[in-house]
Design a protein around this ligand. Structure first.
Ligand SMILES: Nc1ncnc2c1ncn2[C@@H]1O[C@H](COP(=O)(O)OP(=O)(O)OP(=O)(O)O)[C@@H](O)[C@H]1O
Length: 291
């Protein structure tokens, strides 16, 4: 997959989050995305996942099957874990057996008949991970997957990712805690000041420079708009829940592949919250019309 001069901001006149980012994400590797709070890690992941479209530049070579787990799993949905994953498996044409496979592997099988809102944060994270894994994605994108996990699951996750990468999946992971640092062959993308560098992992031979000499470097003109709106994030990870309803350009139809379309969905009032939760869980942007 390649990002070619990719630029993105959430609002037409807002500050750039990423500017002219050019880099390639190698297939079949685990790619760790690092950067300070508000640097743009989640934004980068949403762009890579195709949940947001670049304002400028293009992303090419995205594999066909993409799994995405947001930073916070939207657990406010009135389903049991089993019903939710069954729905997700059907949507992604994944075999139902994949539900048990991942429930066992991520150690939440006893919770399959628990309602999503009743899950602990860590268990909800596991369900979020499982839904991303159901369809055996070629591109797996995980936003801070280690947060809230118990030690056993946290420890097993890096090797799970390495196994998937060995089978050809490109695994892109944002990780504050550097839980992946010990993985051999780790590729690292560091985001700072509207740019993203592809850097050698500290364990790699090429990493003689501890700061990580950039292999490819974007050319950042600096964040426009002056202020860094850190803290205005949409609550973490749900694609596009905080877009400005006036900002049609936030649909990102210009530049990049896979333009978005706006469709209106009319549902019985009593089911609206349920449908909204479902759509958001599936990674779609939901905007409610102004009253
Ligand atoms: N939906 C949104 N609408 C407007 N601005 C947003 C939105 N989501 C994120 N931002 C802004 O984009 C910038 C990058 O945010 P992002 O969430 O990508 O950073 P991050 O590196 O993932 O942060 P953290 O480490 O805190 O999770 C921040 O300035 C943030 O306020």
């Amino acid at each position: 997959m390649r990002l070619e001069r990719v630029s993105f901001r959430y609002h037409r006149r807002g500050p750039w989050v990423l500017r002219d980012v050019t880099l390639s994400l190698p297939r079949g590797r685990v790619i760790e995305v690092t950067g300070r709070n508000g640097a743009g890690k989640s934004t980068f992941l949403r762009l890579v996942a195709g949940l947001r479209t670049p304002r400028g530049g293009a992303i090419t070579g995205r594999p066909g099957t993409v799994g995405y787990a947001p930073e916070r799993f939207p657990a406010d949905q009135p389903f049991t874990v089993r019903a939710y994953l069954t729905h997700m498996a059907a949507m992604r044409k994944a075999p139902r057996s994949s539900i048990t496979t991942w429930a066992r592997r991520l150690a939440f099988e006893p919770l399959l008949d628990t309602r999503l809102p009743d899950l602990s944060k860590g268990s909800a994270q596991k369900v979020g991970l499982a839904q991303a894994l159901l369809a055996a994605p070629d591109l797996l994108i995980l936003d801070e997957p280690f947060a809230g996990l118990d030690a056993a699951t946290r420890d097993s996750l890096p090797s799970l990712m390495a196994d998937l990468a060995a089978e050809g999946t490109t695994v892109v992971v944002s990780d504050h805690q550097r839980c992946l640092a010990a993985l051999p062959d780790l590729v690292r993308v560091h985001i700072a000041g509207t740019t993203a560098h592809l850097v050698p992992a500290p364990t790699s031979d090429a990493a003689a420079d501890p700061a990580g000499a950039p292999l490819v470097r974007a050319d950042p003109p600096g964040r426009e708009g002056g202020t860094d709106p850190a803290g205005q994030a949409d609550g973490g990870g749900r694609a596009g829940t905080a877009a400005d309803p006036d900002d049609e350009a936030s649909l990102g139809s210009e530049g990049g592949e896979g333009a978005w379309r706006v469709v209106e969905v009319v549902v019985p009032a009593g089911q609206a919250e349920q449908v909204i939760s479902k759509l958001r869980a599936d990674g779609f942007e939901v905007r409610e019309p102004r009253r």
